[in-house]
Design a protein around this ligand. Structure first.
Ligand code: SME
Length: 320
């Protein structure tokens, strides 16, 4: 059985380094390719506008990933091949066509035990006999309007209360030469994998200096989100999402620090050493100040002191 928990963790680590959709989806397909036995293709198709000519404003319409067929015309959109592992594959898939187009249109995972029985299956590789396709959504930042809707509103299903599930932006597609290769466990594991992608994919455009990919009027921020003009305060929802991510990282580091404090505490206890080491503390406060810009030195010193105080508290508790 594939260790999907580990795969999700590995994906999070890649996302922490760079949540841009090209590097993240590339590494995501590589992770799946390495970890899943008996597959012959693993990758992504992205929802994009059909018109590939440059818009008047210079933006690239192909980057309109995640446009909502309900908000625009589904016939103006199609799936376009994204990062993948395996043999070269079909480049375009229409809305509602094949397994991928069906997953997009129905907004539901397609677990297909025998692709030859699936009406309209698109055979990119004749070796494929079973397939699973999982839709990937844009996670939209909740607006003040959404928040006003209250607990039954659009934001209620958001994992962190700040985002809500938007339209399908892409699909994850995995093929196997075996019949019935994918189980309900694979479905649950791959859906969890996709949730990590949805939570981490960058809200910033990875295309240097390009404009946001979808105008606000359509209601679809798009997979790549908006980049504000220099000097403009950023959207409060976007800022809150970034704050939330930063807090999550800090808490993970905090947990690690407390684990280390515990180990130090056990060592000191065994050697009969005191919990408090004033010289070490003074040195750490100095180091915290040195590593920060002037306006943050005092805050940094206080932050470091609180961390050390909590570590000492935990070490004291070991002695009781
Ligand atoms: N079989 C898919 C097409 C994509 S390839 O398998 C990579 C489908 O029917 O949508």
């Amino acid at each position: 059985m594939t260790d999907y928990k580990l795969l999700c963790r590995q994906l999070e680590i890649f996302a922490e380094e760079d949540p841009g959709f090209v590097p993240l989806l590339s590494n995501a397909s590589a992770l799946l390719w390495e970890a899943l036995p008996d597959i012959n293709w693993a990758g992504f198709y992205l929802v994009m506008k059909k018109d590939v000519a440059e818009d008047d404003d210079g933006s690239d319409p192909r980057l309109t990933a995640g446009s909502d067929p309900a908000a625009s015309d589904a016939s103006a959109l199609r799936l376009v091949l994204g990062p993948f592992q395996g043999k070269p594959a079909c480049i375009h898939i229409e809305y509602g066509k094949g397994v991928c187009g069906t997953a997009w249109a129905e907004d539901a995972t397609q677990l297909v035990a025998d692709v030859h029985q699936f009406p309209g299956h698109i055979a990119c590789d004749s070796a494929s006999n079973s397939e699973i396709v999982v839709p990937i959504h844009i996670m939209r930042v909740c607006t003040a309007e959404d928040a006003k809707e209250g607990s039954g509103g659009a934001c209620s299903s958001a994992e962190n209360g700040l985002r809500k599930t938007g339209p399908v932006a892409a699909v994850l597609d995995i093929d196997s030469p075996l019949f019935g290769r994918f189980t309900e466990d694979d479905k649950a594991g791959l859906e969890a994998f996709v949730r990590v992608l949805e939570a981490s994919l960058s809200l910033e455009s990875p295309v240097l200096g390009r404009k946001p990919i979808e105008s606000a009027e359509t209601g679809a921020e798009g997979l790549l989100g908006a980049t504000p003009a220099p000097g403009t305060p950023r959207d409060l929802g976007v800022l809150r999402v970034e704050l939330e991510q930063t807090d999550r990282e800090l808490l993970r580091l905090f947990e690690r620090r407390m684990e280390l404090s515990r180990e130090v505490g056990l060592y000191k206890m065994e050697k009969g050493l005191p919990v408090l080491d004033s010289a070490k503390e003074a040195q750490k406060i100095r180091a915290a100040k040195d590593s920060l810009p002037d306006e943050l030195k005092e805050y940094g010193a206080r932050f470091q002191q609180v961390l050390m105080d909590l570590g000492k508290e935990l070490q004291q508790s070991l002695r009781k």
